[in-house]
Design a protein around this ligand. Structure first.
Ligand SMILES: *[C@@H]1O[C@H](CO)[C@@H](O)[C@H](O)[C@H]1NC(C)=O
Ligand SMILES: *[C@@H]1O[C@H](CO)[C@@H](O)[C@H](O)[C@H]1NC(C)=O
Ligand SMILES: *[C@@H]1O[C@H](CO)[C@@H](O)[C@H](O)[C@H]1NC(C)=O
Ligand SMILES: *[C@@H]1O[C@H](CO)[C@@H](O)[C@H](O)[C@H]1NC(C)=O
Length: 358
């Protein structure tokens, strides 16, 4: 173990500490400790690993062993990843670059120039606001991009879509980004793994599911745990797809419903698509439900009407007789009335009722 005092040039302001994990595989272990330590850091070295803790850093360190494979800068304040930030000291063997919790807001064009072997880039836990279209240009071997909790500061999907368009990514991590829909524009052809856990997805729609079957994405597997899946009728297309292609969702068996209340916590794969219902209060598709109940009400009314007409039709003789009787009764009444009237109008009787019938 070797330990050295920091000699970082800086403004004198305290900056968050920075951790630097180096794995200079090409350097013999004995030489790793003294040779692998940049002068501007506290440095702890073991035969396998060199770790440095910077006190002040606003840009990537310049004194790094050329043979470094893994570099990790954590908890610093890089703010802007400038164009060719690493080009002053090219690292031809660097495979993994971790830049998380570094307050990175902007990634400029060609920021990673000078890292031709880079395969894994971790930009997680940064408040990204701007990513240039050519941000990842110059790293043709990049296969894994980690952007967990990095898209919360600004709507970044359009910019990222441009930046990712030309990459040959195999794995993309977008966990914890409060995504409400599948980021279909961020999926370059050939992508094999997409991590979407801990987002705000309530479902995947039929359209989104179709985009997962686009050419180049048929081998894509998605992780979907810890999303607030809403097990109402709008989840049917997704559930049917999930049951048919369980292998494409590695954590399918652990997916659970977050709502509606009767299904909260239920294991998704135990449910049947046709068993998922929408109720008006759940806010699923109340419009459709209301239409359905109106149609039902109309049908019932029509049936009652038809039955009524049938009864009338079957009873037409009885009704005719009944009408006849009614007319007879009326006529009898009228005749009685006439008779009385004529009696009343008898000139022999003195009466005050002089005009009974107008
Ligand atoms: C270096 O990164 C690789 C992944 O690219 C990883 O397997 C390995 O464990 C890392 N080494 C150290 C010491 O962190
Ligand atoms: C980080 O750096 C930016 C400019 O480079 C500065 O404005 C900001 O105050 C710094 N943040 C902290 C926490 O030091
Ligand atoms: C995409 O990459 C190809 C080479 O792989 C390059 O010729 C082309 O200019 C790139 N396009 C963009 C928009 O970066
Ligand atoms: C999930 O993501 C949110 C941000 O969207 C974050 O605050 C929270 O810590 C994450 N939870 C876990 C378990 O990672």
């Amino acid at each position: 173990m070797a330990r050295r005092q920091a000699r970082a040039a800086g403004s004198g302001r305290w900056l968050p500490w920075l951790g630097l994990a180096l794995l200079p595989l090409a350097v013999p272990p004995a030489a790793a400790a003294p040779g692998g330590c940049p002068s501007a850091c506290y440095c702890v070295a073991t035969p396998e690993l060199v770790q440095c803790r910077y006190e002040r850093l606003e840009e990537p360190p310049r004194e790094l062993p050329v043979s470094v494979h893994n570099l990790s800068i954590v908890g610093s304040n890089l703010s802007v990843l400038h164009r060719a930030a690493f080009a002053a000291r090219p690292l031809p063997d660097l495979r993994l670059l971790r830049l998380h919790h570094d307050n990175i807001q902007t990634v400029e064009d060609m920021a990673l120039q000078g890292l031709p072997a880079l395969r894994t880039l971790d930009l997680s836990h940064n408040p990204l606001v701007s990513v240039a279209a050519g941000a990842f240009a110059g790293v043709p071997l990049l296969r894994t991009l980690q952007l967990n909790q990095a898209l919360l500061a600004a709507p970044l999907e359009e910019q990222l879509a441009l930046a990712l368009r030309n990459l040959s990514l195999r794995r993309l991590e977008l966990a914890g980004n409060a995504l409400r829909a599948l980021p279909a524009t961020l999926l370059p052809a050939g992508l094999e793994e997409l991590d979407l856990h801990n987002n705000s997805l309530q479902r995947l729609t039929a359209t989104e599911l179709r985009s997962l079957d686009a050419p180049g994405l048929q081998g894509l597997r998605l992780t979907l745990g810890a999303n607030p899946l809403s097990c109402d009728c709008t989840l049917r297309p997704f559930l049917a797809w999930l049951r048919a292609t369980t292998a494409r969702v590695p954590d399918a068996r652990s997916l659970r419903c977050t709502g509606p209340p009767p299904l909260r916590g239920a294991t998704l794969l135990r449910l049947r698509p046709e068993g998922l219902v929408c109720s008006a209060t759940e806010g699923g598709e109340p419009g459709r439900l209301e239409t359905a109940s109106y149609v039902f009400f109309g049908i019932v009314l029509a049936l009652i009407g038809i039955v009524f007409l049938m009864v009338l039709y079957l009873n037409r003789r009885g009704i005719k007789r009944w009408l006849h009787n009614l007319r007879e009764a009326c006529r009898d009444q009228m005749e009685g009335y006439h008779y009385r009237y004529e009696q009343d109008a008898d000139p022999h009787r003195t009466s005050t009722i002089s005009t009974p019938g107008l």
